[in-house]
Design a protein around this ligand. Structure first.
Ligand code: ZN
Length: 273
């Protein structure tokens, strides 16, 4: 799938999950907490493609996410891609093919999702609000780039960076500072896993079983058969899937906030009589 679909799927997953938690487990979040979680999860759903590098020296190419913060993120993508290729080469078994590029390897595995989620929570717990600001800044940048790809393309990376900085500042100013924010790591991890599912329904699949060796292969690409795969950027993805993700998101927002708004209106109505 392309950037916007990945980001939307992450947002939909977090909103639907928040609704389910509120409905069935009584976990209530403030609107700001839901918004931050949604942005971080949407950003997390783009994170695995940070392994798609472009040409740093000429400032060209790279995945949607790799261009979020201009050349800086393009450089990060280069490092991530080479590192992933290193992990692939170091752990490949005799029947795994040789690879020249690390795309869809290490960052497209469940251990990566768990690691990045754990790392995020560890940072947020250790450094509190300041880590949260940094994490929100980075993830909001990815989310903006993904969700509003055409706007981001036109606006350029400077505007996207400034917008993410504003979101991070607003979050810092309004979020209570006395907690560890363990949900942030969960949001990143859920986003990553949702990304893997998204890639599994397109051609080629992802090495979801890594590091379980099967038949002298460690990096078996798992996905639905190519004949049934969703074409990247095709009608099914752009119309059907994106509409579905948008509808799920809107319904979840309605389910999360309309009851409390109604309740407040009701209270005001009776108080005014
Ligand atoms: Zn991917």
């Amino acid at each position: 799938m392309m950037g916007p679909s990945h980001a939307l799927s992450g947002a939909a997953a977090w909103l639907a999950g928040s609704w389910a938690l509120a409905q069935f487990a009584g976990v209530s979040q403030t609107p700001l907490e839901v918004a931050v979680g949604t942005a971080v999860c949407a950003g997390g759903a783009l994170l695995p493609d940070l392994d798609m590098s472009g040409k740093v020296t000429r400032n060209q190419g790279g995945a949607t996410v790799a261009r979020t913060f201009g050349v800086a993120s393009l450089f990060v993508a280069e490092v991530v891609e080479k590192f992933s290729l290193g992990v692939y080469t170091a752990t490949k078994l005799s029947r795994d093919p040789r690879r020249e590029n690390g795309h869809r390897t290490f960052t497209h595995t469940l251990p990566f999702c768990a690691l990045i989620g754990w790392g995020t929570t560890a940072l947020a717990t250790e450094y509190g609000k300041w880590a949260v600001v940094g994490i929100v800044f980075f993830m909001a940048g990815l989310a903006l780039r993904g969700l509003f790809d055409e706007w981001a393309e036109r606006a350029g990376w400077v505007i996207v960076t400034l917008a993410s900085a504003f979101i991070a500042w607003f979050t810092a100013a309004n979020l209570p500072g006395d907690r560890g924010y363990p949900l942030l790591g969960l949001a990143v991890a859920v986003g990553c896993v949702v990304h893997l599912f998204g890639d599994m329904i397109t051609k080629n699949g992802v090495p979801i079983l890594w590091p379980i060796p099967l038949n002298r292969r460690m990096w078996r690409m798992i996905g639905i058969p190519n004949s049934m795969a969703v074409k990247v950027g095709g009608k099914v993805e752009v119309v059907v899937l994106r509409t579905a993700f948008t509808v799920i998101s809107l319904l979840s927002i309605a389910g999360l906030f309309i009851p409390s708004v109604l309740e407040r209106l009701n209270e005001e109505f009776w108080a005014s009589r």
